[in-house]
Ligand binder design. Structure first.
Ligand SMILES: NC(=O)c1ccc[n+]([C@@H]2O[C@H](COP(=O)([O-])OP(=O)(O)OC[C@H]3O[C@@H](n4cnc5c(N)ncnc54)[C@H](O)[C@@H]3O)[C@@H](O)[C@H]2O)c1
Length: 252
């Protein structure tokens, strides 16, 4: 992809899963990557593996729900690599107890909003001034097909992902003229560690039966789309929420 070599990006929630795959892909494309995760060891291990393969990456502790921690990871990019060109805000969590509206507690709702919506707000507040000062850059967020599919089994998580869509559109409209692009990727079912542990073969088979594709997603499928949005090949993409899902959620 064009324009990733020598650029610097943050991957928040990059210790494992889609974030780790994205960090590896970005490094393969020649970018310098700062990986942040609440599981600091995972972030450091992912970064070490990238360095062993000749890439440039560091891993740092990040609590995405803390403004101070978000400011610190942006500063880490400036200190280590001398700038920041894009921020992939990918982290998610706190979905335990997130069930239907009549059975989901207020506490679970608040936790889900803190991790899955407020973290992206804080990431944007921390990164945007630096990107604008540099003359432009990309904010890329990981949303979910759950934002639009209508899920009878979960209420809070899809609400937070819709809040994220509002953020994407706000940033795109407000800062586009200053060289900022804001986009989101909405994955379908991707076989990360977090997801695979909950899936039975029966459930996989039932999903595959209706998916117009031969297989479910892999983290690298999402990483490629995010790398595109961070690259110069994606420079005219702004304010979009792209479904990368093997063809599920097709509209008539
Ligand atoms: N895997 C899927 O099928 C799927 C589908 C749709 C959307 N998504 C989205 O993709 C993204 C990645 O999903 P994944 O499957 O790789 O999940 P994952 O759980 O493997 O990755 C999420 C990462 O975020 C980190 N994290 C959680 N809370 C944090 C916090 N407060 N601060 C910093 N880091 C924190 C976790 O430690 C973890 O490393 C998420 O936004 C998720 O909602 C995934």
């Amino acid at each position: 992809m064009r324009g990733l070599k020598g650029k610097t990006g943050i991957v928040a929630g990059g210790g494992r899963g889609i974030g780790a795959a994205t960090a590896r892909r970005l490094a393969d494309e020649g970018a310098q990557v700062v990986i942040g995760d609440i599981m600091a060891e995972w972030a450091k291990e992912t970064a070490a593996a990238i360095r062993e393969h000749g890439g440039k990456a560091i891993g740092v502790a990040l609590d995405g729900t803390s403004a101070a921690s978000q400011a610190a990871i942006v500063q880490a990019a400036l200190d280590e690599f001398g700038g920041l060109d894009f921020y992939h805000s990918n982290l998610a969590g706190g979905t335990e107890g997130d069930i239907d509206i009549l059975n989901c507690s207020e506490e679970v709702l608040d936790r889900s909003f803190a991790i899955n919506a407020k973290s992206h707000f804080l990431a944007t507040q921390a990164a945007l001034p630096v990107l604008i000062e540099r003359g432009g850059g990309a904010m890329i967020y990981t949303s979910s097909g759950a934002a639009i599919s209508g899920n009878p089994l979960q209420v809070a998580y899809p609400m937070t992902k819709n809040a994220l869509h509002a953020l994407v559109r706000h940033v795109a409209r407000k800062f586009g003229k200053q060289g900022i692009r804001a986009n989101g990727i909405c994955p379908g079912v991707v076989l990360t560690e977090a997801v695979a542990q909950h899936l039975t073969q029966e459930y996989v088979d039932s999903m595959l039966a209706t998916l117009p594709h031969r297989r479910l997603g892999q983290p690298d499928d999402i990483a490629g789309a995010i790398a595109f949005l961070a690259s110069d090949d994606g420079v005219w993409v702004n304010g979009q929420l792209w479904h990368v899902n093997g063809g599920s959620l097709l509209r008539d």
